[in-house]
Design a protein around this ligand. Structure first.
Ligand SMILES: Cc1cc2nc3c(=O)[nH]c(=O)nc-3n(C[C@H](O)[C@H](O)[C@H](O)COP(=O)(O)OP(=O)(O)OC[C@H]3O[C@@H](n4cnc5c(N)ncnc54)[C@H](O)[C@@H]3O)c2cc1C
Length: 442
């Protein structure tokens, strides 16, 4: 009988194979875990783990989707206590201790860990849902890549003299994702598409990055914000600060300062909210739909349920932590300790080891402990090393490293394939993750 079918152990269900879920499974079943206290069912609606920090490189043809995705079943291999269930959880009955799947199935649990992450939110801004391109999954990233490349093919096939917005790319949100997309897109156009399309005048291209706050990278210090702005401007990106998107149409974007830009691309990196699964718990969600937890990351007021990572909100009376990978990983480690040996475990404390954002070749910003701030090539090298180390799977590390060296040496973005079968109308987003997008008021 497989180990996972020995029924005497309590059943632990982990929802989510992202950063939090993966770390938890590793901690509970790795070589250092003395014995398996639980039989574990590991659930995800996708059959793969996604390394989200590098999605923008798939979207800009620097990496292949499989470089940053790993099958969950491969990650669960050689972990006999773990059984994988691919399916979307749509409801949680905390009284009956069961979860329900969209495909009609259900599972009961003794302990449940919610690591279901976050979804894109449009804050109710008209047109973002219909026309904005989100970046949350591999499907989003490949759809964005297809769309970006198609814009150039379209202009090449049917040159127009007036600016109809096909070569204007608006990126909403000047956080790390917006900055990284803007830098990578500028690089793709300058280093690669310029050579691919000698028939086009690519000086007409506009990349416009808009940020509601008065600085880029608002969660980092002013030094990093200024450095990112300077570097992006040098690479031809127009940075507009203190401006928000107020409406999006198929052929133009409206801003809250009254200006309108003809554009057929809006990349939406301006907002996320906790997974809608949080709402099925029956507890009042906090800011951004996130679930309040106690010092051991147990959902307040519910027995046997933990929440970690992007879905988790305020801890006790404290503040909510940033929705970043290190928080999810550290919280997973804490829950692993608490699940296996709860006595004497001190409450969770987040150790902030710093923040980084990359802009392009030899350009990044990093804020590290002890007030250490880096920019330019040293920050870029630190970013490269950290991201290779954090990737799940040896093959992925080698693949990403190889692609980076190739792209750097040959000034190439070799993955510039348009692979979606049907052409969507310009600036129409893909369908898969539609239901992930919800509106929140704050
Ligand atoms: C484009 C982008 C760039 C980023 N860059 C960085 C960065 O540079 N550095 C950094 O630290 N952080 C970055 N982040 C944030 C980081 O990826 C998240 O904070 C981290 O992934 C959160 O981990 P998690 O385990 O909570 O959720 P996730 O890693 O998002 O995993 C959630 C998992 O749950 C699954 N799931 C969701 N709902 C259901 C359901 N109903 N049923 C079944 N399965 C479900 C999902 O398919 C997913 O696999 C970035 C995020 C994005 C989108």
């Amino acid at each position: 009988m497989p180990e996972s079918e020995r029924d005497d152990r309590p059943h632990l269900v982990i929802v989510g194979a992202g950063f939090g879920g993966l770390e938890l499974v590793k901690r509970l079943t790795g070589r250092r875990a003395p014995e398996h206290d639980y039989r574990i069912t590991w659930v995800d609606r996708r059959n793969h783990h996604t390394f989200q920090p590098l999605l923008y490189q798939v979207a800009t043809a620097g990496l292949q989707p499989q470089d940053i995705g790993v099958p969950v079943r491969a990650l669960a291999r050689r972990r006999p206590a773990v059984r994988v269930r691919v399916g979307e959880v749509v409801d949680i009955d905390t009284a009956a201790r069961s979860i329900a799947f969209a495909d009609g199935g259900s599972l009961t649990y003794d302990r449940l860990v919610l690591a279901a992450g976050a979804v894109t939110t449009d804050f109710g801004i008209p047109g973002v849902e219909e026309h904005g391109l989100p970046l949350k999954s591999l499907r989003d990233a490949t759809a964005m890549r297809d769309h970006l490349l198609r814009c150039f093919e379209r202009v090449s096939a049917r040159p127009v003299q007036h600016d109809d917005g096909t070569l204007t790319f608006v990126i909403a949100g000047g956080g790390p994702t917006g900055v990284e997309v803007a830098g990578a897109l500028a690089e793709l156009i300058d280093l690669v598409l310029r050579r691919d399309h000698p028939e086009l005048d690519l000086d007409r291209v506009r990349i416009v990055l808009v940020e509601l706050q008065e600085q880029l990278l608002p969660t980092m210090g002013a030094f990093s914000g200024r450095a990112a702005r300077k570097e992006l401007t040098r690479r031809g990106v127009e940075v507009r600060l203190g401006v928000g998107v107020s409406a999006v149409h198929a052929d133009r974007v409206e801003f809250d300062d009254g200006t309108v830009l003809p554009a057929r691309t809006l990349i939406w990196s301006a907002g996320i909210a906790a997974s809608p699964l949080a709402r099925t718990l029956g507890v009042e969600p906090g800011r951004g739909g996130r679930v309040g937890v106690d010092a051991h990351l147990r959902v307040r007021g519910i027995e046997g349920v933990y929440a970690i990572g992007d879905i988790a909100g305020t801890i006790g009376d404290g503040d909510a932590l940033p929705q970043v990978a290190p928080v999810a990983i550290q919280q997973a480690r804490h829950v692993a300790r608490h699940l296996t040996a709860p006595i004497g475990v001190a409450g969770f404390r987040y150790l902030d080891k710093g923040t980084m954002a990359t802009i392009g070749r030899r350009a990044a910003v990093a804020e590290l402990p002890f007030g250490l701030r880096l920019r330019g090539a040293p920050a870029w090298l630190a970013w490269l090393v950290l991201h290779v180390l954090l990737l799940a799977g040896f093959k992925n590390r080698v693949g990403v490293l190889f692609s980076w060296v190739w792209n750097y040496v040959f000034r190439d973005h070799a993955a510039r394939l348009i692979i979606q079968v049907a052409e969507r109308s310009p600036a129409t987003p893909p369908g898969e993750d539609e239901r992930e997008r919800i509106q929140v008021d704050d």
